[in-house]
Design a protein around this ligand. Structure first.
Ligand SMILES: [Zn+2]
Length: 197
């Protein structure tokens, strides 16, 4: 994002799930920070009350497909249908605005998939902004220790950074260590946190 301002953007992928997502929401609330949650549609359907909490806390949401599909291995038609299924799940619970944020799982999508999703549509389907990142915490990686995870973020954050964490059981140990420490670090450095819109 814009590098002129000391603004950074926390994003959380793969939720909502019990325990981890509510924990993230508690931490964000404690620091009065807004973030962006790229939700997996099937998790939204499984855990509607946790999804509702993300909305109630006024964070942004984004589409992360219904089944966390790898675009490289998926036919474009199937992929688009899966994104639309996720969109239906997000909107069935979301009484406000349809999200036009999309992040491809694994950062992997074919050109045909991206160009379809980001194209202007005549109907009420959104034309998606494709949101990638510049800072990957590596929180989900079993080979990454909690302190390495924290350093990954601290050493790479800059004005306008979009930072990826995961509200996922796989990431829990690293996330619980790195997230509050990173927030403290960034606030002390004068960064402001914003949600994507
Ligand atoms: Zn993901």
């Amino acid at each position: 994002m814009d590098s002129k301002h000391k603004k950074i953007y926390l994003t959380f992928d793969d939720g909502p799930v019990p325990i981890v997502t509510p924990w993230v929401l508690d931490v964000l609330k404690q620091y009065n920070i807004k973030a962006t949650f790229f939700c997996v549609g099937e998790n939204v359907v499984k855990y509607p009350s946790i999804y509702q909490r993300i909305l109630d806390d006024d964070h942004s949401i984004g589409n992360h497909t219904y089944n966390h599909l790898n675009g490289w291995n998926t036919h474009t038609k199937t992929y688009i249908e899966n994104v639309e299924l996720c969109s239906i799940a997000l909107n069935s619970e979301n009484k406000t605005q349809q999200t036009n944020l999309f992040r491809p799982p694994y950062g992997r999508a074919k050109k045909s998939q991206i160009s379809y999703l980001s194209a202007k549509k005549p109907t009420n389907q959104p034309s998606y902004s494709i949101i990638m990142w510049d800072v990957l915490s590596g929180d989900y990686d079993k080979k990454t220790s909690p302190s390495t995870c924290l350093n990954n973020v601290i050493n790479n954050v800059r004005n306008g950074s979009i930072i990826v964490f995961h509200d996922s059981p796989k990431a829990q140990i690293n996330l619980e260590y790195a997230l509050p420490r990173f927030i403290e670090y960034a606030l002390a450095k004068g960064f402001e946190f914003e949600k994507l819109s």
